[in-house]
Design a protein around this ligand. Sequence first.
Ligand code: B12
Ligand code: SF4
Ligand code: SF4
Length: 217
Amino acid sequence: MGVFHPEPDDHVPDLSSGQVALSVVMVGNIGSGDFWSAFQGSTEYLNAVPDPMDSWTKRIIEPIASEAGGEALFPSDGPPYHPFQKWASRSVSLFPSPIGLYISPMWGTWHALRAAIALPIRLELPVINAEAVNPCLSCIEQPCLHSCPVDAFDVDRGYDYLACARHVASSDGISCASKGCLARRGCPIGRPYTLNDDHAAFHMAAFVNARKLLSEI
Ligand code: B12
Ligand code: SF4
Ligand code: SF4
């Protein structure tokens, strides 16, 4: 997705060799497209191993990172988790939205972050669009905040993920479970990049089945 040069408040760890990370390459997917079809062909998906997308990503990215003399970090490493959304916004035009997800003026919230490759060399940075602005600033109606059937988003309280998970797991939550979050789908930005139904349902099932969450809902 992009590259950035870490500053101390990015909290990028040193490599295990002790070298300082001078560049970080962010790896992610936008929408479903080739990413989803490639994943569906992976042994991890076909054999239904636990956390198949994370396992597949690690198998593919780790050798690429080490061949480049670097080290791969993953969004699921933790807790504590690495601040992947902040890292991504340092490398490409992404902005916080009122529903916690980061948004691009081009593809809306329809990206996911898969890995970060920390390198001990200073890469030249690609040009990013410095004129890009957060689309939420000119979004008067903010449909994302009014589309959730259980009002899981509250500007003061934040995101009530338990209320969300209960709804998604219930018979009333079929739309969210099979096509993805209604609040996310309510956003007018980047609609052509909306996840396809299989892909959306895969992530919603993973969210509802998250081991820790299961004990709470
Ligand atoms: C923990 C976590 C969750 C927890 C959130 C717990 C909470 N307190 O709210 C749970 C399991 C509920 C969750 C759910 C989802 N998450 Co999440 N999550 C993470 C994770 C692993 C760590 C976040 C963190 O602690 N960051 C570090 C701290 C320092 O930063 P922070 O800004 O304070 O982090 C807060 C927010 O990130 C927030 N958060 C995390 N996910 C979500 C989702 C929503 C909708 C909201 C409002 C807030 C939120 O919770 C964090 C702690 O308060 C990140 C990956 C990563 N390493 O960043 C993904 C991540 C933020 N999640 C992501 C996504 C897409 C989702 C889902 C939408 C997945 C799905 N099903 O499709 C769901 C939401 C369900 C829905 N309504 O659709 C993406 C966001 C991409 C983007 N466009 O910004 C990330 C970056 C993962 C990825 N691989 O790309 N998530
Ligand atoms: S609906 Fe409007 S406020 Fe909400 S995420 Fe989309 S652009 Fe931002
Ligand atoms: S998945 Fe459904 S219940 Fe959860 S926040 Fe989105 S719209 Fe609300």
